[in-house]
Ligand binder design. Structure first.
Ligand code: AHM
Ligand code: MG
Length: 339
C-alpha cells in the first residue's frame, strides 16, 4: 500500500508558517508583520470566495457610485473588496494609515487601534475584467511608519524602495498569492479544501530574458518614440533573434504574474493622452516593482528606477516598464538615446 506521502503532501509550507520562519530571522521582531500579513491573507480569502460566487450572488455590475479616478464606474465587487480589506487591516491593530485605490483620501486609523504599518493597496485591480470572469487581483505594499501617533500624509509619501513588503493575490483559474518581505519572492496557492495558502512557487526568479511583450497596443498612435521603437523591435528584431509573442490580459496582476514566471516585459507607457501613464504609483507600480526587483528583474519609469520615485499624491500615476532584466535594459537604452 502507498505511503500517505506518495499521494498527499504531508509537510505543508503554509503562508503563515513561511512568514513565521522569516520572522525568526529577526530575533528582535515581535510578530507584528506576521499578524498584519495574516489579516491581509484573510482579506484575500474572502475576496477569492466572493469572486468565485460573483455571478451567482449578483455581485457583478455597477454599485452606483463613482470611483475617485476620473469618474470610473465602481463595481459592486470593488466596493465589497475595499470594505473587506479596510476592516481586516484596521482590526489587525497593526496599521496606522491605509491608502486604497477606492478611497480618495488616506484613512488614518483610530489612535486606539493603531500600529506601526502603512498599507497601500488596490483591493480589486482589473475591474473591467470582472463581468467576463477574467483574472483579477489584489495588490498591496507595506511601509513602516516611525511614529504611529504623529503620522502625517507626508510620511506616507515615501519612495518605493522604502517598502518592507509587497505582494499580490491573483483570483484566476487558481488563487495565487505572491509575497516578498524583502528576502526573495515566494508564491502560494490557495487549497480550497484546507482554506490555506500553500507554498507552490518557492524563491521565484524571473528569467533574465523573455519571449513575451505585454502592452495595450491600441494606444500605439499616441506613444512616444522609445516605446514605439521598442515594440517595433519586439515584432521585427534586427539582431537575428525571433520576434516576441504578444500577450495582454488587461489585468495588471495577471500580466505581471505571467511576466514573473515566464519572463519578458510588461509595459504601461506614457502616451499623448495620458502623459503620466495609467497605473498608480503607490499601490500598483511600487508593489509590482518591489516584487520584480526581488525576483531579479527590473522596473523602469522611462526616466529612472521605479522604486526611486517619491510620490507627491497618493493617487499619482507613472509610466512603467517591468520584467526580465535584459528586456528592460533595451527599453532603458532607447530612452537614453532620446535624452
Ligand atoms: P483599474 O485599477 O481601474 O482596474 O485599472 C488598472 C488596470 C490594470 O490592471 C491593467 O494593467 C490596466 O488597467 C489595463 O488598462 P487598459 O485597459 O488601458 O489596457
Ligand atoms: Mg487598479
Amino acid at each position: 500500500m502507498d505511503h500517505a506521502a506518495d499521494t498527499f503532501r504531508t509537510d505543508l509550507m503554509t503562508i503563515t508558517r513561511h512568514v513565521l520562519n522569516e520572522q525568526s530571522r529577526h530575533p528582535e521582531s515581535r510578530g507584528d508583520l506576521t499578524i498584519l500579513l495574516s489579516h491581509i491573507v484573510l482579506g484575500c480569502k474572502f475576496v477569492a470566495s466572493a469572486v468565485n460566487k460573483a455571478g451567482l450572488a449578483k455581485l457583478t455590475g455597477l454599485a452606483g457610485e463613482t470611483n475617485v479616478q476620473q469618474g470610473e464606474e465602481q463595481k459592486k465587487l470593488d466596493v465589497l473588496s475595499n470594505e473587506v480589506f479596510v476592516n481586516a487591516l484596521v482590526s489587525s491593530g497593526r496599521t496606522c494609515v491605509l491608502v486604497s485605490e477606492e478611497d480618495e483620501k488616506a484613512t488614518f486609523v483610530d489612535p486606539k487601534l493603531r500600529g506601526k504599518y502603512c498599507v497601500c493597496f488596490d483591493p480589486l485591480d482589473g475591474s473591467s475584467n470582472i463581468d467576463c470572469g477574467v483574472s483579477i487581483g489584489t495588490i498591496f505594499g507595506i511601509y513602516m511608519i516611525k511614529n504611529q501617533d504623529t503620522v502625517t500624509l507626508e510620511e506616507v509619501l515615501q519612495p518605493g524602495k522604502d517598502m518592507i513588503a509587497a505582494g499580490y493575490c491573483m483570483y484566476g483559474s487558481s488563487c495565487t498569492l505572491v509575497l516578498s518581505t524583502g528576502n526573495g519572492v515566494n508564491g502560494f496557492t490557495l487549497d480550497p479544501s484546507l482554506g490555506e495558502f500553500i507554498m507552490t512557487h518557492p524563491d521565484i526568479k524571473i528569467p533574465p530574458k523573455g519571449k513575451i511583450y505585454s502592452v495595450n497596443e491600441g494606444n500605439a498612435k499616441n506613444w512616444d518614440t522609445p516605446t514605439a521603437k521598442y515594440v517595433e523591435k519586439c515584432k521585427y528584431p534586427t539582431d537575428g533573434s525571433s520576434p516576441k509573442s504578444l500577450r495582454y490580459i488587461g489585468s495588471m496582476v495577471a500580466d505581471v504574474h505571467r511576466t514573473l514566471l515566464y519572463g519578458g516585459i510588461f509595459l504601461y507607457p506614457a502616451d499623448k493622452k495620458s502623459p503620466s501613464g495609467k497605473l498608480r504609483v503607490m499601490y500598483e507600480v511600487f508593489p509590482m516593482s518591489f516584487l520584480m526587483e526581488e525576483a531579479g528583474g527590473q522596473s523602469f519609469t522611462g526616466k529612472g528606477r521605479s522604486l526611486d520615485l517619491i510620490p507627491t499624491d497618493i493617487h499619482e500615476r507613472s509610466p512603467i516598464f517591468l520584467g526580465s532584466s535584459d528586456d528592460v535594459e533595451e527599453i532603458k537604452a532607447l530612452y537614453a538615446e532620446e535624452a
